[in-house]
Design a protein around this ligand. Structure first.
Ligand SMILES: [Ca+2]
Ligand SMILES: [Ca+2]
Length: 271
């Protein structure tokens, strides 16, 4: 009987160990990488990007239903509406047991904070929103220009998987935070900055509100022109950051007509 118990205990420990090693965080994350097309020898080999496959997945059984994160009311007196995602992680080329992050073609070369130094900068934010990193080292982003060095945290903690808490003063109106990535290293091999990418809360922006601010105007039209007739629109790039407004895989006249229909219209939630 003792032998049987030992065998069962060993099997349980082995299962626990394998689960610990291989399990992936169930929460949503932007995944930082380079070489977005995954093909070496093309123009984006040394350009940063984030994979948006889990942007708005809203972890759990919802299966990417929403195109925004709902902020949930909490017991905290200020910034009392919040949600704990999306965080940040990186593509890597060592652990083959991760379905999300293992991608040697898109992983950054070398060691974080030595061979590259990737900064995540807030370039736009709605009033009354902030992003908080509650774990060590703690920081808060609540203004344009605020940033954190992801590579430093990766090196400091031995891992680049970080969680963020997004907190706002209300749970109804459109909130947004736009980031970009850049390599802080002053080196000829430094990575080129990413395009901006935006996460929104409480409600979806108007179709065509690509530079998210609650109104569709010339800034949004210029942004759409950058993606015009691009045919690689997909969930991984949030449908060209919503330039592909009808999410059919290409940015064309159908999307322009949706943008035009909202021209100079304020989203109801922003009035
Ligand atoms: Ca806009
Ligand atoms: Ca389209």
């Amino acid at each position: 009987m003792r032998t049987l118990i030992r065998i069962q205990l060993a099997a349980t420990l082995a299962l626990a160990a394998s689960t610990t090693t291989w399990a992936e965080c169930p929460l949503d994350h932007f995944i930082i990488g380079c070489n977005r097309d995954g093909i070496e020898g093309t123009a984006d080999d040394r350009t940063l990007f984030v994979d948006c496959s889990h942007k708005y997945r809203d972890s759990g059984p919802t299966e990417y239903v929403n195109w925004f994160y709902p902020l949930n009311q909490s017991i905290f007196p200020s910034y009392s509406y919040r949600i704990g995602e999306p965080g940040f992680d990186t593509f890597q080329n060592t652990n083959t047991h991760t379905g999300r992050t293992h991608d040697p073609n898109r992983a950054l070369d070398g060691a974080p904070d030595i061979d590259y130094s990737i900064v995540v900068e807030c370039v736009a934010i709605s009033p009354g929103l902030r992003a908080v990193h509650k774990e060590y080292p703690q920081f808060t982003l609540d203004a344009v220009g605020d940033c954190f060095n992801h590579s430093y945290i990766y090196s400091l903690r031995g891992g680049g998987h970080i969680h963020m808490s997004y907190q706002a003063t209300d749970g109804e109106t459109l909130h947004w935070m736009t980031f970009r990535l850049y390599d802080e290293l002053d080196d000829p091999n430094s990575y080129e900055p990413s395009q901006p990418f935006t996460v929104v809360f409480n409600t979806a922006p108007l179709a065509g509100d690509l530079v998210v601010d609650g109104i569709v105007n010339i800034e949004d039209l210029v942004r759409m022109a950058d993606s015009w007739l691009v045919a690689d629109s997909a969930r991984q790039n949030d449908y060209c950051e919503r330039a592909d407004a009808n999410r059919d895989g290409v940015v064309n006249m159908l999307d322009f007509s949706l943008l035009a229909s909202n021209w100079l219209t304020l989203g109801e939630e922003c009035i």
